[in-house]
Design a protein around this ligand. Structure first.
Ligand code: AQP
Length: 349
């Protein structure tokens, strides 16, 4: 392709992924999976991926990883993702991700990666001992998206910087090889502010599946008693709830619980405060527990049912990978071709 024929239009296509790094949390559900389901009603082709190659940027036990991959797939399906409407697969099953990830490691600049805040947070003080993969993670994420020329990516705020990098990589590739519009500039589909769910133990920290404390999160597979007990013991302050959202400033734990209630009930934080303002947590927490159980227990039950049949899940993932590979292969052929890599990705065929 040359600069003259740069009128390529890209099919509206969504790509997003979740890492199989432990039990999925209410944060993953409200911040990601629930939005994946909502996008089924919109005019996109959709690929939703269990990003297992990202998970191995930190040490994983192979048996636990296998289980976690199937669990994320089960969470997708139990939450309402229909494998007939969306392509569901795990990343390691489609080689285009690793192939393009390497190519993008040769396109991205060290200076770009040095600015990534997530690497700094995850590597912490132990930077010298972090894997090269953890450092190069954003290149693989760019490859996940661009191997399908995805145009839209539902991401949480925390992933916005990585998506910016994917846009820079796409632009640089297009410029370096003089192929304008070869890769699209993927757009973020950022979720509502209330969908950022924080730890139940510390309202300033994101609820995370790899937090050492199980009490900090609600897992999608927690039973009703566990959910109620975690909400009852959630950190709060002694003040009653305010009647206006301004009153939640400087009260991160109260803000988080109100945000969870709003996200689960489909209303705003102000709606919640209009009902519960002036009441203490003694009244609010049981109402929140009841709402959480009513929304999440059916999904948890379905996840447990699905994970009892790993072969069924594997069949869905295999079919999804086959369909994903059909989309990615011709794009990869073009990538190798414009770069001058004769016979690239053809395994000698
Ligand atoms: N607490 C959260 N609130 C809102 N959205 C969240 N997401 C994760 N936690 C929250 C969104 O879930 C998607 C998948 O995330 P991921 O599993 O790929 O990695 P992550 O963002 O690093 O999530 P975790 O739970 O914190 O995983 P670990 O502990 O393994 O690092 C993303 O869209 C993310 O925004």
């Amino acid at each position: 392709m040359s600069a003259e024929n740069s009128t390529r239009t890209h099919t509206p296509r969504v790509f997003s992924g979740v890492q199989p790094t432990g039990n999925l949390t209410l944060g993953n559900y409200l911040g990601a999976v629930r939005n994946f389901v909502a996008l089924q009603e919109q005019d996109f082709e959709r690929l939703y991926c269990v990003v297992d190659l990202h998970a191995i940027t930190v040490a994983q036990d192979p048996a636990a990883l296998r289980t976690a991959i199937r669990e994320v797939a089960a969470a997708f399906i139990a939450s309402g993702l229909d494998p007939a409407k969306s392509i569901l697969f795990n990343q390691g099953r489609v080689t285009a991700h690793a192939e393009l990830g390497w190519i993008f490691s040769c396109v991205a600049r060290m200076g770009w990666l040095n600015r990534m805040t997530q690497f700094k947070e995850k590597a912490g003080k132990n930077k010298e001992n972090a894997s090269v993969g953890l450092y190069a993670y954003p290149n693989l994420m760019a490859a996940d998206i661009l191997a399908y020329r995805a145009t839209h990516v539902p991401v949480g705020e925390d992933q916005k910087q990585h998506l910016e990098l994917a846009r820079d990589i796409a632009q640089k590739f297009n410029n370096d090889f003089n192929v304008p519009d070869f890769f699209p500039q993927p757009e973020p589909l950022i979720q509502a502010e209330s969908a950022r769910i924080m730890s139940l133990r510390d309202g300033t920290k994101k609820m995370s599946k790899s937090d050492p404390s199980d009490m900090s999160r609600i897992n999608m597979t927690d039973d009703a008693d566990t959910v109620a007990s975690k909400i009852r013991k959630a950190k709060t302050d002694p003040e009653p709830l305010p009647s206006e959202t301004d009153g939640l400033a400087e009260r991160p734990e109260a803000d988080n619980l109100v945000g969870i209630f709003a996200a689960l009930s489909g209303g705003s934080k102000q709606d919640v405060l209009s009902e519960y303002g002036g009441q203490g947590f003694g009244a609010f927490k049981p109402a929140l527990a009841e709402l959480t159980v009513s929304k999440m227990a059916p999904i948890g039950d379905e996840m447990r049912r699905l994970t009892q049949d790993p072969e069924h899940i594997d069949a869905i993932l295999t079919d999804g990978a086959r369909r994903a590979a059909v989309l990615a292969r011709p794009i990869m052929d073009e990538v190798y071709d414009v770069m001058g890599l004769i016979g690239g990705g053809r395994n000698g065929a």
